[in-house]
Design a protein around this ligand. Structure first.
Ligand code: NAP
Length: 307
């Protein structure tokens, strides 16, 4: 079985930053990623809050540059799906689709994925009018009417982005106040192409041969249910962590987000976690990168103490 000092699992901003720091520290490290490095940033049209990028930076470009930066300092990136983690005393064994890799330390940067609504029609019409990514699918809705579900930063950002293509965007939110932060919320409210349906619950997504045709909604204040004709339904109701492969190994909160201390160490000494898979206050690219750097430094210190 191959053995490394440090295995980083996941190639989003947290993993790539951990990889950059570990490579610069000259650790014997490998980063495992199941798809293309970049994580959820790849699905972001424009990142406007990466410090120093005054005019914003494309999500794909930023991810690519993070990867190039880490690779420039010697980080090896391998394609593998991680399916589990076994702890054998101080030795950790990372289980992957391509076999097992032993490590003295591990950094879990498993990321998160969009949460589903769990309503009738959602599963059936996914890829046929139901989408979780405006950046990916927005251009298919040129001149159409679409619905977006959610009231957080993602829903606000994506609803605004979708108005580049759609003639009208209904933002369907279950309360009468957006969760989205200042600038993003202001843009929603100032956008003539967006109509917010306050205090509305999504009940069902309906369609036919061609895909989505309508969404059935409940107006909580008027206490009535009705159908809204739309050509697409975009779901932005939060995220859930990709932590199934380590459940029961490291401690998580009730929703599966990994618990860490302030050095990003999990409940297992030598196993660290960073980025959106962690239980924390703020899920941003900048916090993921910061946690990745901390995790790499803490892992380096752990390895020195074990030597
Ligand atoms: P979020 O902040 O958890 O918001 C989820 C939204 O969906 C909330 O408005 C919530 O309503 C609603 N919701 C949840 N379950 C629902 C259901 N079953 N039916 C209807 N509505 C439901 O998730 P997010 O917007 O994806 O953001 C995730 C994290 O990424 C956040 O930390 C966010 O700040 C960050 N992010 C940042 C940026 C940026 O800085 N540019 C961009 C995107 C995301 P309630 O409000 O009633 O709870």
């Amino acid at each position: 079985m191959p053995e490394r000092e440090l295995v980083i699992v996941g190639g989003g901003p947290a993993g790539l930053t951990a990889g950059l720091y570990a490579a610069r520290a000259r650790l014997d490290v490998v980063l495992l990623e199941q798809m293309s490095p970049g994580g959820q940033v790849l699905n972001t049209h424009l990142v406007e809050n990466w410090p120093g990028e005054v005019d914003g930076v494309g999500g794909y470009d930023l991810a690519q540059r993070m990867k190039d930066h880490a690779v420039k300092f010697g980080l090896p990136i391998e394609t593998a799906e991680v399916t589990g983690l076994r702890v054998e005393g101080e030795r950790k064994v990372v289980l992957t689709s391509g076999g097992e890799i032993a490590a003295k330390a591990v950094i879990l940067c498993l990321g998160a994925r969009p949460r589903k609504l769990g309503i009738p029609g959602e599963e059936e019409y996914t890829g046929r009018g139901v989408s979780y990514c405006g950046t990916c699918d927005g251009p298919f809705y040129r001149g159409q009417v679409v619905a977006c579900f959610g009231g957080g930063d993602t829903a606000a950002e994506e609803a605004n982005f979708l108005t580049k293509f759609a003639d009208k965007v209904y933002l369907v939110h279950r309360r009468d106040q957006l969760r989205a932060s200042g600038v993003l919320a202001e843009r929603v409210l100032a956008n003539d192409k967006i109509e917010v349906l306050w205090s509305h619950l999504p009940l069902e997504i309906k369609g036919g041969q061609q895909g989505v045709e309508a969404v059935r909604l409940k107006d909580l204040k008027a206490e009535r249910e009705y159908e809204l004709p739309v050509g697409g339904a975009f779901v932005f109701v939060g995220t859930e962590p990709n932590t199934e492969c380590v459940r029961g190994v490291v401690d998580t909160d009730s929703r599966g987000f990994i618990l860490t201390d302030r050095d990003q160490q999990t409940s297992i000494p030598g196993v660290f976690a960073a980025g959106d898979c962690c239980a924390k206050l703020l899920r941003q690219i900048v916090t993921a990168a910061g946690e990745g750097a901390t995790a790499a430094f803490a892992a380096q210190r752990y390895l020195e103490e074990q030597a």
